[in-house]
Design a protein around this ligand. Structure first.
Ligand SMILES: C[S@@+](CC[C@H](N)C(=O)[O-])C[C@H]1O[C@@H](n2cnc3c(N)ncnc32)[C@H](O)[C@@H]1O
Length: 297
């Protein structure tokens, strides 16, 4: 399934793509946002797309095949933004967007190991050239550390119980193995009515935590946010869409610090959320939070 871009109207409203210069989608994914941006740019602009995932870049190349500005796709993490842009001669940019996390294309391919809904290897690497896989984390991490990472990145309050169950069931090789163990460990207690009524699969938070850990997502985001103000031309805007409270907190703090240094004007004093219609038609958008800032002179 093609990735449906989240909050497309709001992203364009804050980014205001127009005019020449270098426009960068730091998480180009399937090219959904990138296409909307490229359609609004003149032929003398350049659209740059980063992604860690070569399969995403291939999909983006296809989706951007017929847009008028030239497209440059870069296989790299956005945490390497400054050196990757500089070595291509792209010094300052006219606008930036990042739509964090995982794409539907990644989730929908069982062989990538992101989803508990289908059997696949415990992989979860966005960049398949990276060494660390979820299988290594699940089978080789100490119980305490495993519990901590499930708690921190999954906000899973049953993290200790889940970590204990994982350690007792090792080795685990597939997403189905892991989902089974986590589901059994998080079976609701009879009095826990709220949990029983909850619509989310019991393995959702554990899978999210492992994915964030395997891909060092928060660390990468912090590194990118630290570079961002210096990458932007005066007047250029940055739009960030996040799906996790840790991500949103990192974005909010980095924007505030840049505003305090006089580098950013914050365009979203309150976080922007998708409208009811979008949440209904695209369930992935439900946890989305958008923040935007403009580079000051
Ligand atoms: C939510 S999807 C983006 C979808 C895209 N906006 C669209 O409309 O098609 C997030 C993408 O970011 C990529 N990604 C995640 N962390 C990254 C990082 N540190 N650097 C570059 N790409 C990253 C993932 O591989 C994934 O393809």
């Amino acid at each position: 399934m093609d990735h449906v871009p989240v909050m497309p109207r709001e992203a364009l409203q804050y980014l205001e793509p127009r005019g020449g210069g270098i426009w960068v989608d730091f998480t180009v994914g399937g090219g959904g946002h990138a296409r909307l941006i490229a359609e609004r740019l003149p032929a003398d602009a350049v659209l740059v797309g980063f992604d860690r995932d070569p399969a995403a870049l291939a999909a983006a190349a296809e989706r951007l095949r017929d847009v008028s500005p030239p497209v440059v796709l870069i296989h790299a993490g956005f945490e390497r933004a400054a050196p990757e842009l500089a070595r291509r001669g792209f010094e300052k940019i006219a606008g930036a967007i990042a739509d964090l996390g995982v794409s539907s294309m990644q989730l929908d391919r069982p062989e990538r190991g992101f989803s508990f809904a289908a059997e696949g290897p415990l992989d979860m690497r966005m960049d398949p050239t990276q060494d660390l896989t979820a299988e290594q984390v699940v089978n080789e991490t100490g119980e305490r550390e495993l519990a901590d990472l499930i708690y921190q990145f999954g906000e899973e309050r049953r993290s200790r119980r889940i970590a204990r169950a994982i350690v007792r069931s090792r080795p685990l090789h597939t997403t189905a193995d892991l989902a089974r163990v986590v589901a059994a460990a998080s079976r609701p207690m009879s009095r826990d009515k709220r949990r029983m009524r909850s619509a989310i699969h019991p393995a959702t938070r554990t899978f999210q935590a492992l994915r964030i850990f395997v891909n060092s997502e928060i660390e990468a985001l912090d590194r990118w946010l630290a570079q961002l103000p210096q990458l932007l031309n005066p007047g250029a805007r940055a739009v960030v869409i996040s799906f996790h409270s840790l991500e949103d907190r990192a974005v909010k703090q980095a924007f505030r610090e840049a505003a305090r240094r006089g580098e950013f004007e914050i365009l979203t004093p309150h976080v922007v959320r998708p409208g009811e219609d979008e949440m209904r038609s695209n369930p992935r958008s439900r946890s989305a939070k958008l923040r935007a800032a403009e580079r000051l002179a």
